[in-house]
Structures are given as structure tokens and as C-alpha cells.
Design a protein around this ligand. Sequence first.
Ligand code: PLP
Length: 423
Amino acid sequence: MTTQISTKALHAGHDAKNTQGTQAVPIYQTSSYVFKDSDHAANLFSLAEPGYIYTRLNNPTNDVLEQRLAALEGGVAAVATASGTAAIATTLMVILQTGDHIVASNSLYGGTYNLLANTLPRFGITTTFVDPDNPDEFSKAIKSNTRLFFAESLGNPKLDVIDLKSISDAAKKAKVPFVVDNTVASPALLNPIEYGANIVIHSLTKYLTGNGTSIGGVIIDAGTFNWANGNFPEFTEPNPSYHGLNYHEALGNIAFIAKVRIEGLRDLGSAPSPFNSFQTIQGIETLDIRMKKHSENALKLAAWLSTKEEVAWVNYPGLKTSKYNTLAQKYLPKGQSGIVTFGLKKGFEAGKKVADHTQLFSLLANIGDTKSLIIHPASTTHQQLNEEAQKTTGVTQDLIRLSVGLEDIKDLIADLDAAFAHI
Ligand SMILES: *Cc1c(COP(=O)(O)O)cnc(C)c1O
């Protein structure tokens, strides 16, 4: 069929012929599926025959969402998860083992930073954080046990546009998969697989669902990584939990995503609710036009903030003054998404005050809603990080993060202007 993103967002993965002619994707709200007989069940469990077993492993509503997202990112297949965090944790647990090492960008979502810096080391998996502004640092941080590169295409909340091509070239040279969290950009603005990413992750909670109703995540496999390069015995040696299955031999370029489903979902249990997947499917239908409008409003608001006396600095990669503008023109020519950060000259207390006095901008810990959102991370989402970690993740004491929604730009400017009067 067609290859344009707005068309895929409406059609990919759903064929009404399979659902009694329903135009909408139905919600298959069931925990399990009736087997024809015991032989049928045995075939499903041994993977000799495809089909549905139990909603932790697969579900027809989740299937449509997975196929749609794989189509939007240009991957071979996808697995949806209960949250973006579950997508990241499941990916890492499926690929890595004790003793392995990750090289990651230092400008990560706070939850991801904690997973890598504090939780995974308890299982013997360590991470070196590097500055993605210098892509060479990824290569320099490689050790003999490095098995994965991880980065966000557009960092939340630092809004650094990373040089995907340089980092994926370095990953290729090191024979490790490059995993990219593309949540902030969304597939409407950027497809990391085009620049060499091997696995793309999204928190569906943000722009993809878009309406702020549901938590969700997805893992998308580009199908491009060679798991048989000698460094990933998990993929090339007989797997004891599947009658000696050799993932690489049996499944070829879908080895990783198959392992995510048949081991990751089975053992870690991070399956999404079909109802949430339905909500995300509704959101995806309008992703393309929403991302254009989010980007347009954010650019206008960033330009307005730049003129304000109270404001010390504004960070938006679409601004000509941004140090990331050159990379944004290369990687995000269609728009630079809806997140804007800025600092107030009067610092931490003034940041809290503005966040407390907006009427349209809701004070909450989320991004990517159709409605505008505001937060002062240093006093809220990032307060657990020490000052050094706050600095590397790009969260300074004065930083305010806006997720610019789809309201009229005049109303958004008036709302912030009124809040500034309280400083
Ligand atoms: C929100 C977010 C996550 C985590 O996703 P959840 O759905 O909240 O678990 C991961 N990465 C980025 C960039 C995010 O913004």
C-alpha cells in the first residue's frame, strides 16, 4: 500500500475483513482464547502454529497497534507494552546479561536514567553515560563487555538533538545494537531507523496516544542487527526455556522482537491492556496533524519567551539561536515537537511560582498531551537526582518545562504572561 505517514496512521494493521467488517478496531477485552483441542493448544505453545493463547503474550487489539507502529517507524515488527518504561526495561532484559555494559547518552528521561544508573547495576549490568554532543564519546567509552548503545533522539527534558547517524555508525563498528527512544520526536517527525537505529522505543503515553488517557509503550525492531556476530550467545545458543530454540537460526531478522514476545512478555509480564491500546489507536489517527500544530505552537511560544525581560534563556531546537538548530534542520525538518524549556532570571523560587500560577497550562508530570502542560522539574520530577545528575540530565534549578498543546497560541501567551506577573 501507500508509504505516507498520515495514511499508515489511519490504516496499517487493520483489515475490516478480519473483524466482522468493523470500521473501528475492536477492543478484544479477553484474558484468554479457546483452543480447538489439546493438539491445537500444544501447537500454539510450541510455536508450531501462530495464534492467540493468553493476552499477556498477544491480543488482536494489541496486534493492530503493534503493526501500525512498526509501519510508522519502518520496522519489521513491534511489541506493545504496559508503559514506555516497561518497553525499555524489557528490551534491556531480553538482550543483556550479568556482566554486560551499556553506553548511554547522559541526557535521558529521569526514569530511564535511574534504571541504568541505579537499578541495573544490582543485576551486574553497568552503564557509562556520555555527552551525545560529542558522538566520539560513544566509541571512546566502549569496553570488551559493551553490548548496547542507548540514546533519546530528542532528549527529555534537555531537548538536545543527537547526531543519530554518527552514533549508529559507531554502534555498527562496535557490533552492538543501537536502541533509540524516539518518544519526544514521535514517528511523525523522525524515523531513527532511517539513520541506522536497530531498535526504536516509544512511551505511547505521550504524543502517540496524545490525549492523556493511557499509559503505554512499544518496542519496534528494525530487523537490521546481526545477532550472530559472536557477542550475543542468547540468540545463537539453544534456549532451555523453548526446547532448545536457536532464535537467530529459527527467526532470522525477527529474532529480537520474537524473543521480546515469547520470553520478555512471558517472563516479565509487561503486557498492555487492550483498552489502552484502543485509546492509543484513536490517538495515532491524528498524530501527523497534531505534531505539525504542536511544533508550530511551540516555535511561536519559544520566540515570544525569547523577548521577555523575566526570561534568562530559552531552549527550543527550532530557534535559530539554539545550538541544536543545525542538527534539527537535518533530523527534524518537519517540526521540532512541542516541548520548550526556559529559565527565569530569578531562578528556582520564580520557577515554582510560574508553574503554580498558570490557568491553561496544567501543572503535572507528563508531556505530549493535546492540552498544554507545565512543570518545574528541579522541585518535582527530578528532585531525587543529586545536583550533578540534575546537571547531566539537563535539569537546572531554574528550568521550566512546557509541553505546548493545541490551544490557540494567543491564549497560551496570555496565560504565561499573567503567571509571570506573580514572580
Ligand atoms: C515518559 C517517557 C518515558 C517513560 O514512559 P512511561 O510511559 O511513562 O513509562 C521514557 N522515555 C521518555 C523520553 C519519556 O518522555
